[in-house]
Design a protein around this ligand. Structure first.
Ligand SMILES: [Zn+2]
Length: 329
């Protein structure tokens, strides 16, 4: 954790909207990675800075373009998840349409300004590159421990890329939640997946993100596998996160086809002033049973509505999602 803070101390002093861009041609695949849509999730910002430094030092033969973007800049600099509202819940059509039309100087909410800047940047990239070449990755970390995973949209290119990382792949996000960046990328008809790399302050989360990005760049044909330093090590790093190797999920994972994707089936929404408190020690992919008490709030115990596996239990103050439940498709 100290090392992560140290790195962030160096980088975040001068964080820019475009963290880096590496290209040797305007043709070829375009891989866009976004970090820090949640401002307290600094591992992705660190990982991107480190990757662009390595690329510019190594100058490998590179096909296409790799771009790294900072999400909620003002929240990143303030060290907060968000300033006023969760930027990862604002990407529904009405809001996006409104922000596209509204002049920036009229926007009062910090996240509205952030969102408008991000929309403008993405639209500029969509004009610059062929749409069919673009792939998006949204980097996140969680407040709970217990393994990394991908959340992919319905585009088979995104799911194939996510599956190549060997970590559990979850689909169906758009059915239980609206307004995430993923919903927006889907509305633009772009392949996109989110990578949840682990716990916010775990130094390994940075390594996992670097591993995931290098693997994506190889899989997309941007860079030769032999030109990636430590490629086999990165493969091992991610392999350890497969469901079979997950310390809590392995018992049921043995029964699962590891190539099978999991579906997001349930989201517990926290309303204001409900004093939501998650029961301690839940981990991602921990098997849970229908009727099991998962949390408490002012209305009493909150029980699981179905059998499945726990995902993203909330162990931080900010956030509206108490927990999610996933099941094999
Ligand atoms: Zn996040």
């Amino acid at each position: 954790m100290l090392r992560l803070l140290f790195l962030n101390y160096i980088y975040l002093k001068q964080v820019k909207r475009v963290i880096g861009e590496f290209s040797q041609s305007t043709d070829g695949p375009v891989f866009i990675a976004i970090a820090g849509i949640h401002g307290n999730e600094l591992a992705g910002v660190s990982a991107l800075y480190r990757l662009f430094q390595q690329l510019s030092f190594m100058q490998p033969k590179f096909n296409g373009t790799f771009i790294g973007i900072a999400g909620n800049l003002r929240a990143i600099n303030a060290g907060k998840r968000y300033i006023s509202i969760d930027l990862n819940r604002q990407w529904y059509a009405e809001k996006v349409n409104y922000l596209e039309r509204a002049p920036k100087y009229l926007l009062q909410v910090s996240e509205d300004v952030e969102q408008k800047e991000l929309i403008t940047l993405l639209k500029r990239l969509l004009r610059r590159y062929k749409k069919e070449n673009i792939n998006l990755l949204d980097l996140h970390t969680t407040s709970s421990e217990g393994g990394a995973f991908c959340i992919a949209n319905a585009d088979s290119r995104a799911q194939d890329l996510a599956k190549s990382l060997h970590v559990p792949v979850i689909v169906g996000l758009e059915k239980v939640i609206i307004g995430t960046t993923m919903n927006y990328f889907t509305s633009l008809d772009l392949p996109a997946f989110g990578f949840e790399a682990g716990e916010h302050y775990d130094w390994q989360s940075v390594i996992r993100m670097e591993a995931a990005i290098w693997k994506c760049l190889v899989k997309l044909g941007c860079i030769n596998q032999k030109d990636v330093p430590l490629y086999d090590y990165y493969d091992d790093v991610l392999m350890q996160l497969s469901l079979k190797n997950n310390k809590v999920a392995h018992k049921i994972a043995d029964k699962l086809d590891t190539n099978k994707v999991l579906e997001l089936c349930y989201r517990h929404v926290i309303m204001p002033d409900q004093n939501f408190e998650m029961k301690p020690n839940y981990l991602n992919f921990q098997p849970i049973e229908k009727g099991e008490v998962l949390a408490n709030d002012v209305n009493g115990p909150i029980k699981s509505p179905l059998n499945g596996m726990m995902l993203m239990p909330l162990y931080q103050k900010q956030g509206n999602d108490g927990f999610f439940i996933v099941r094999p498709t």
